[in-house]
Design a protein around this ligand. Structure first.
Ligand code: CP3
Length: 339
């Protein structure tokens, strides 16, 4: 299969393409279901999660499905309250800012407490019947810790960085708990049928290289190594990683996800013979067709036909994106790279 082959730097008949957040509110079919159920209800009902995972697969020629779920689902079995508040995003209570709060976080059995995710994976695999692979995922320890500590989204990561610098031992204890829970969660996803894994470190670009190397990379690598041992290809994704891309790429992952801030040819020069996933700016999906075509051609030109390119955006599809544009991009990538 194209996507899995590209992850392993094998020859492919055309560049594989999928989109982060390919299931979501930009699709009318998604909104129709979302009107009747909350986001968490959708995630925790395997039939709905499976259906929504398959919506983009039916609509366009993507080369992978990604499970409909969220990086914060593991907060609940670890003992936090998780809500999604309209206009605010995820809210976690109580924020994890003390030794007592870290100690209270529980280890859990993902097959039991996130069994609905495993059921959704089995349903999707049955429906896909081998046509394209299913990607499972989790949040990377830093990005997940930032939500745990801040209690929700943050602009400055104030409490997170304060813990990292002022209480390194507490930080390490928190990262170890999140990393171990995440590794177990990813292993369970593969056992249930996930055929590739992606670790989302969406906010890692908020860090300096020094902070990344000292306080984050060891924990991300622990999760990536565990993911890799399952035998499926593993993607490590971050945004804003250009200042420390060599270090970010120096990991057990097979594929490095990069955003649009760095052209793909520059990324390849810096990390050598590795598979790369990316990196069109999601905003460009709003462009009129002629300019959109140019934007896709530009990414493909930077990829230069190298083995191991997985076409994707540099971050998730935005809410009001025209679905037909997304579908057209998938078709163009296949058409223009067919060999
Ligand atoms: O890519 C996919 O299609 C798979 C599904 C997926 C979701 N979240 C569904 C979702 C994935 C891979 C994620 C990962 C995720 N979740 C990340 C990392 C990726 C990234 O975008 O950086 C982060 C940071 C989260 C946490 C989270 N979940 C946020 C910040 C939000 C936005 C809140 C909002 O109000 O928009 C969510 C909600 C969420 N996760 C939605 C979806 C489809 C929107 C739910 C809805 O209201 O319909």
């Amino acid at each position: 299969m194209r996507f899995l082959d590209a992850c392993r730097l094998k020859k492919v008949d055309a560049t594989p393409v999928w989109f982060m957040r390919q299931a979501g509110r930009y699709m009318p079919e998604y909104r129709a279901i979302r009107r009747k159920a909350s986001f968490l209800e959708m995630c925790t009902d395997p039939a709905i999660a499976a259906e929504v995972t398959l919506q983009p697969v039916r609509f366009m020629a993507v080369d992978a499905a990604i499970l409909y779920a969220d990086i914060l689902l593991l907060a609940r079995p670890m003992g936090l309250k998780l809500e999604f508040v309209k206009g605010e995003g995820p809210v976690l209570t109580p924020p994890v800012r003390s030794a007592k709060a870290v100690a209270a976080l529980r280890a859990f059995d993902p097959d039991v407490e996130l069994g609905f995710v495993m059921d959704a994976i089995r349903l999707v695999r049955r429906e896909l019947a081998g046509r394209i692979p299913l990607i499972g995922f989790a949040g990377a320890p830093f990005t997940v810790a930032s939500y745990f500590i801040e209690g929700g989204p943050s602009k400055d990561y104030r409490w997170t960085k304060l813990m990292m610098h002022a209480e390194p031992r507490l930080w390490a204890a928190l990262m170890a708990k999140i990393a171990d829970a995440t590794a177990a969660y990813l292993r369970a996803q593969v056992a249930a049928g996930a055929q590739a894994l992606q670790l989302f470190d969406s906010w890692v670009g908020a860090l300096s290289r020094e902070d990344y190397l000292r306080s984050v990379k060891p924990w991300s690598d622990r999760v990536l190594a565990a993911a890799r041992r399952t035998g499926v290809p593993v993607v490590t994704f971050g945004t804003g990683t250009a200042p420390f891309l060599e270090d970010f790429a120096d990991s057990p992952a097979d594929v490095v996800g990069v955003d649009w801030r760095l052209p793909l040819d520059a990324a390849w020069r810096r990390i050598g013979k590795r598979a790369i996933q990316g990196n069109m700016d999601p905003v460009l999906l709003f462009l009129p067709r002629p300019q959109l075509k140019k934007a896709v051609r530009a990414v493909l030109a930077e990829a230069g036909g190298r083995r191991g390119h997985v076409f994707n955006l540099g971050h998730g599809i935005l809410q009001e994106t025209p679905p037909d544009n997304v579908r057209a991009v998938a078709d163009w990538v296949h058409e223009w790279t067919a060999r």
